[in-house]
Design a protein around this ligand. Structure first.
Ligand SMILES: [Zn+2]
Length: 362
């Protein structure tokens, strides 16, 4: 019996030998621990390597893929990694590791989304600032936001030297700090260039470095410069005190990011320790913001963020937990928020026990 499975290790060779005897044969199976489902294993007769039907899939090697969706939601809702771990009854290390995976998946999904969305006609461009480990090691986050929809088009984390009274102290303690802002700004603006409509208008504040960079990355765009304003308390220092704010789309988006990402909240306990992890978290947030927080009708078909970005199993516990409706399985056992098993923090573990480890397909 031949199987329509190609070997993930030597796929091109298998393709070239089409019509020959089957190169991939079944070789046993195992039971997946978290839902008891049978997973088929295969052997490639060409390279002699074995693999399973999950090899190279987004949830490959994840012991608890059902937490992905909740994790995405909570990490983008102002909770710290430790609190998320406590809430989902998982180890903090799982949260930290999964954030890398989710960030990576979200990055690919964001890129794909940019290629399919309508061109941008008006955009706002500016920098946000945060820090790594201490205020003496600041980072800059250049970001582009579409004016009409407030969709985040691109952002990048980069290091910058400390400013003002901290500059001297920072140099003394940590040495001179690299200024990566010009390249990061250029990269972000070039991403905007990829999705720009003809006659694009870019609004920014009076920062003296912007005009040259915008001219370089977007030679056909019109650059509108507006005066920067003092921040007000309500918007995490990002929303401005004046009546009409020409950079409102950007400032509101920045304020939302600060309110929804714990490590960006001003005067928080939580702080980033690594720039790449901050980038992961922000990329995950970009997906969540564009597809979940914004009421953009164009994004409605996208489903929930983790689902669409492929990091959630569609028919397993991940969706089950998120479901607000009751689900009835084949034997008529009703599970869901109405059942007594499902209203506390350890609901997925209890759920597993009460169905004897069977999967509920939705
Ligand atoms: Zn092979």
């Amino acid at each position: 019996m031949s199987w329509r499975v190609s070997c993930p290790f030597c796929r091109p060779e298998v393709a070239s030998r089409k019509g020959a005897s089957p190169q991939v044969v079944r070789q046993g199976w195992y039971r997946r621990k978290y839902d008891g489902r049978r997973i088929q294993r295969f052997l490639c007769r060409i390279c002699k390597k074995s693999f399973s039907s999950l090899t190279n899939k987004p949830i490959w090697r994840q012991q608890k893929p059902y937490v992905n969706q909740d994790l995405t939601f909570l990490l983008c809702s102002g909770l710290s990694q430790r609190r998320v771990a406590r809430h989902l009854a998982i180890d903090p290390k799982t949260v930290a590791r999964r954030l890398i995976h989710l960030g990576d998946t979200a990055r690919k999904a964001n890129k794909k989304h940019l290629d399919s969305r309508p061109p941008v006609e008006k955009a706002c461009f500016d920098d946000m600032e945060s820090s790594i480990h201490t205020k003496l090691k600041p980072v800059s986050i250049p970001m582009v936001v579409e004016e009409k929809t407030r969709e985040i088009i691109a952002l990048r984390v980069c290091s910058m030297p400390a400013k003002g009274p901290l500059a001297e102290k920072s140099r003394k303690k940590y040495g001179s700090r690299k200024d990566e802002r010009p390249e990061a700004r250029l990269e972000v603006l070039r991403t905007l260039g990829r999705v720009a409509a003809p006659g694009l208008v870019v609004t920014s504040d009076k920062c003296p470095h912007y005009p040259a960079l915008i001219k370089l990355a977007l030679p056909d765009a019109k650059h509108v410069v507006v005066k920067g304003q003092r921040g007000c308390v309500a918007g995490q220092g990002e929303l401005k005190k004046i009546g009409f704010d020409p950079l409102f789309s950007f400032n509101h988006t920045a304020a939302m990011a600060r309110a929804n990402i714990n490590r960006l909240i001003r005067k928080t306990w939580c702080i980033s320790k690594r720039m790449d992890r901050l980038q992961d978290h922000l990329d995950l947030y970009v997906w969540f913001h564009n597809h979940y927080l914004l009421k953009n009708p164009a994004n409605k078909r996208a489903g929930t963020p983790a689902q669409t970005s492929g990091c959630v199993i569609n028919n397993g516990w991940g969706q089950f937990i998120r479901n607000t409706r009751s689900i009835q399985d084949k034997d008529g056992i009703v599970m869901g928020p109405d059942s007594p098993e499902s209203d506390d923090g350890s609901r997925h573990r209890r759920g597993l026990e009460s169905t004897g480890g069977r999967v509920l397909y939705t």
